[in-house]
Design a protein around this ligand. Structure first.
Ligand code: PAF
Length: 281
């Protein structure tokens, strides 16, 4: 597997290849969810660039950045089966932030105002800054992002359209652990008993989906909060149901609508997110 530390070296190699390029941007600590993105990208492109870069500007809490799991050796092992089709891009700060590690300011309107945008001020400016830099450095035909970060996905779609980057943004399905917990690099930070107990997040969402046509939004939220906060060390950061297109949380559920449920839960100091589609008949 070829590993590149700079965009200059990467671009030079890409020019020689003349292949369709897919990009899978990651922050490392790879898991089966990332592998599914890489798998799909390998099917749909001649060459796949997997970037690994823990982007400081998208962390609004220093402790979260410092604790974010990093293990390049393990990541490389996990990517080994795809090594013939992959370029690994592991840039240093200077490569992506030549003028200092600060984010640009974007206006994504309602897309960035609620859920993660509200709970993590500046987060999406950081994400958009780095995704813009990665897309410009790699010029892919397609870029792959997971449904788990649905709000991020919609913002990246808006970024791509607004900047006329011409990349096909591909949404890949959320992958879950056996117990239903949404796969996340942050799951590694949980001790085994909490990782098991965190299955309550998806189990509660499943109940809510079963009651999609009978419960009010208020009943859904009360149920979720009581299930989660009934466990020691668990706390709900937000529970929101929003339209998938503008991501504005609604107050009431209407018939014949497709919504998206967004949740963020603290398990001790680790913050986990999940999302499911909810259809009201
Ligand atoms: O989803 C992620 O892992 C990150 O937000 C991304 C898209 C790699 C940007 O740092």
């Amino acid at each position: 597997m070829l590993v590149f530390r700079t965009a200059t070296a990467l671009k030079k190699q890409l020019l020689l290849q003349k292949k369709t390029v897919g990009l899978v941007p990651t922050m490392g600590a790879l898991h089966a969810g990332h592998v599914s993105l890489v798998e799909q990208a390998c099917k749909e492109n001649d060459l796949v660039i997997v970037s690994i870069y823990v982007n400081p500007t998208q962390f609004n809490v220093l402790e979260d950045l410092e604790n974010y799991p990093r293990n390049l050796d393990d990541d490389q092992k996990l990517l080994q089966p795809f090594s013939k089709k992959i370029f690994l891009y592991v840039p240093e700060n200077e490569d992506l932030y030549p003028n200092g590690v600060v984010s640009k300011t974007y206006d994504f309107g309602s897309l960035a105002m609620y859920m993660e945008g509200l709970s993590r001020p500046g987060h999406y400016n950081g994400v958009a800054t780095i995704v813009e830099a990665l897309l410009k450095n790699t010029s892919p035909a397609r870029a792959y992002f997971g449904e788990k970060d649905f709000q991020q996905l919609q913002i990246i779609r808006a970024l791509n359209t607004r900047l006329h980057l011409g990349v096909e943004i591909i949404e890949c399905p959320l992958i879950r652990e056996k117990n239903g917990l949404a796969m996340s690099s942050r799951n590694q930070l949980l001790p085994p008993h909490q990782r098991e107990a965190a299955s309550v997040i998806y189990k509660s969402l499943e109940v809510i989906l079963q009651k999609a046509n009978t419960w009010s939004l208020h009943e859904m939220k009360s149920f979720f909060v009581s299930e989660i906060e009934g466990l020691e060390g668990f706390r709900v950061d937000y529970f929101a149901i929003a339209s998938p297109s503008d991501l504005i949380p609604v107050e009431q559920l209407k018939p014949n609508q497709v919504y998206r449920v967004f949740v963020a839960v603290y398990v001790g100091k680790t913050r986990l997110i999940d999302t499911v589609e909810l259809k009201r008949i």
